[in-house]
Design a protein around this ligand. Structure first.
Ligand SMILES: [Mn+2]
Length: 311
């Protein structure tokens, strides 16, 4: 078999699973890391010439064993505790020259990943950029959130807005500057977070922008913003940004998302930029999935982000 073409020099990919199920209102995304492993992640990455190390899962408590203390930010202390552990694990991966591949779990884990990446680079005098691919804004605060689900808050927290338990997870505040953060693919926002996104001044490309401009131009501009004066960027990829026709098994499915090819192009652009510092895949929900199709699609997408090419 001819190995698939790759644009990237081989990397030491280090997988961190985070079976986080505390940030959403529906069970099931805690099985995401298992679903991805079963879907052949290791083989896919090795066939591209990367080395692969599965570092196992970061510990998380299960919601049925915990009590909600603050209904405006449900399970916040438990989520913050897991994110602190994740931060340490991400930094250790960077210390040994590894590429952190973080797999959720709900999207609240991004606070831990970004705490690790931003702290590590901050100590080296650099800041990081961020591309957030999502159907939702994830820009609520405990005050604006209509549900109290923390997975709707991590982008705001990364930019310094909301609960201190999340915004202060790293050595740098904010973990990411708004001028280097970009939202891509949004098409369902809560009223409060819409106002917060506008106020924060973060560049946001909606699905309408993708329709009108094309994903190629959107990603080219997004990467320009995320790499302007930074060490590179982290790509936080919520599988619900993909249309449910290609990714049915996600935490919060919404029609009108990115197509099969648009979903891949986000990853291909990230790979071609040569500036990807870390990758995170979140919100795979095997309970809602069809024969693990969404996890299999995620494995394909991760291949594209790490250099797989058609020709
Ligand atoms: Mn999200």
């Amino acid at each position: 078999m001819i190995p698939p073409a790759s644009t990237l020099t081989p990397r030491k990919v280090c997988l961190l699973g985070v079976p986080m199920d505390l940030g959403g209102g529906r069970r099931g995304v805690d099985m995401g890391p298992s679903a991805l492993r079963i879907a052949g992640l290791e083989d896919a990455l090795r066939s591209l010439g990367h080395s692969f190390e599965d570092l196992g899962n970061v510990g998380v408590s299960a919601p049925e064993l915990r009590q909600v203390t603050d209904p405006r930010a449900r399970f916040l202390p438990e989520i913050a505790r897991c994110c602190r552990r994740l931060r340490a694990r991400v930094e250790r991966v960077l210390d040994v020259g590894g590429f952190p591949l973080v797999v959720g779990g709900d999207h609240s884990i991004a606070c831990g990943t970004l705490a690790g990446l931003s702290s590590w680079h901050h100590r080296r005098g650099a800041r990081i950029g961020l591309i957030w691919f999502d159907a939702h804004g994830d820009f609520n605060t405990p005050e604006s959130s209509p549900t109290g689900n923390v997975h709707g808050m991590p982008l705001a927290a990364s930019l310094g807005l909301g609960a201190e338990e999340l915004t202060r997870l790293g050595e740098r505040f904010p973990m990411v500057d708004a001028r280097n953060a970009v939202l891509v693919g949004i098409h369902q926002l809560d009223a409060g977070e819409r106002a917060l996104i506008r106020e924060a001044g973060i560049k946001a490309y909606t699905m309408r922008d993708i329709d009108m401009l094309g994903i190629h131009r959107v990603m080219r501009e997004a990467i320009e913003i995320a790499t302007d004066g930074t060490a590179g960027f982290h790509l936080s990829y919520d599988m619900d940004g993909c249309d449910p026709t290609v990714a049915p098994g996600v935490g919060t499915p919404v029609p009108g998302g990115a197509s099969y090819r648009e979903s891949h192009l986000v990853m291909e652009h990230a790979a071609e930029s040569g500036q990807l510092l870390g990758l995170e895949i979140t919100e795979i929900n095997p309970i809602l999935d069809v024969a693990n199709r969404t996890a299999a699609f995620a494995v394909e997408l991760i291949g594209s982000a790490l250099g797989k090419q058609i020709l």
